[in-house]
Design a protein around this ligand. Structure first.
Ligand SMILES: [Zn+2]
Length: 353
């Protein structure tokens, strides 16, 4: 005990421990439960149900899917629109069709293994040019009518493709056609918005040929098809042009991968929902702090979070559960946390009802 501090000169109150512990020195202000009273920790956070409205869990391991169940995931939307999982280049419509069918075939068994609800998002991602996209768009009408398909996507104009460029106007037309289907079937659209990469502290060696943590041949990135000042934002603006032309209401759009580059535009210029992807923060630099800041600034009504967990990159199935605690630590109310991790994705996608 520091003798120089007069407030600490009295001997500590009797205590059962052999010598004084921190509790003998803490006052009510610094420790709510210093006097033994129960503090107001929100234990309901331990069991708060949550929904992941954007992942690729059908590509994960069984054990990763179990992690969702163990940490209280009530429902998820497994997105089957990725070019990552097609072995062939160029990608043909039938390759993407196989991915849709694979997800449809396995979905129910995944639910029966893990007890959470697993629904599907189906779409044409424009991260790689797809030959004969019209064939896919024509087939999508029947897929959209399936009960387990709860959204179209992920899709959205993408500034640079893998292997082969896809002209921005052609991409926009494919995005618009999917939005028309969504409007016809009264389905929401999961929008893939491009992220601006954060400053790295140091470059990786070129001769590895991959981005560490992301199983993708870095050297196969095609030259960008959008090269303005802010191509990532320009891409998003094209998506909303497409939505207007498709007659899709903006509040039927969930913009995934929301970040500092697009939040202001999405919040102030559109009526869409924003989903912050936090399952691979190491890659896109978005985490629970960004979500807390967005809630402070705009309220929780249009905000949700997703993991985007997939087998092609380093991702964390516990990301939402961790964020639930982190949002509370950052000062967000329990009710607002529930709105963001459960009620919003439930209401937009009809998940976990
Ligand atoms: Zn994704």
């Amino acid at each position: 005990m520091p003798a120089s501090d007069p407030s600490r000169s009295d001997p500590p109150a009797p205590h059962p421990t052999k010598r004084p512990t921190d509790a003998a020195y803490l006052d009510d202000r610094s420790a709510p439960d210093a006097d033994g009273a129960t503090s107001e920790l929100p234990s309901e956070l331990l069991n708060l149900p949550w929904i992941d409205p954007h992942n690729h869990a059908h590509t994960l391991s069984w054990s990763d899917r179990e992690r969702y169940a163990l940490s209280g995931c009530r429902s998820m939307m497994m997105v089957s629109s990725g070019y990552h999982w097609t072995p062939y280049k160029p990608v043909e419509a039938s390759d993407v069709r196989f991915l849709w069918d694979d997800a449809i075939n396995r979905r129910r068994a995944i639910e029966r293994n893990h007890f959470f609800e697993a629904k599907l998002g189906l779409g044409v991602h424009t991260g790689v040019r797809i030959e004969d996209p019209d064939e896919l768009l024509a087939a999508m009408d029947d897929y959209c009518a399936l009960e387990e398909v709860v959204a179209v996507g992920e899709t959205g104009v993408t500034p640079s493709q893998h292997v082969e460029r896809w002209d921005a106007d052609e991409q926009q037309a494919v995005v618009q056609a999917q939005m028309e289907l969504a409007a016809d079937h009264d389905l929401p659209v999961l929008l893939h918005t491009p992220n601006t990469s954060s400053e790295s502290k140091r470059e990786y060696r070129d001769d590895l040929g991959v981005t560490p943590g992301y199983e993708k041949n870095a050297g196969l990135g095609a030259e960008p098809v959008l090269d303005g000042e802010n191509p990532a934002l320009e891409a998003v603006k094209r998506d909303f042009e497409a939505a207007a032309d498709a007659g899709l209401d903006e509040d039927r759009i969930v913009a995934s991968h929301a970040d500092a580059n697009n939040t202001e535009y999405l919040m102030e210029e559109t009526d869409c929902h924003l989903s912050y992807t936090i399952g691979h923060s190491w890659l896109i630099g978005v985490d629970a702090a960004d979500v807390a800041n967005a809630i402070d600034e705009y309220g929780p009504e249009r905000i949700t979070i997703d993991t985007d967990c997939a087998n092609v990159l380093r991702t964390d199935p516990y990301a939402v559960k961790r964020a639930i605690f982190e949002l509370y630590r950052y000062g967000i109310d329990v009710d607002d946390i529930r709105t963001v991790v459960y009620e919003n994705p439930r209401d937009v996608f009809g998940l976990g009802e």
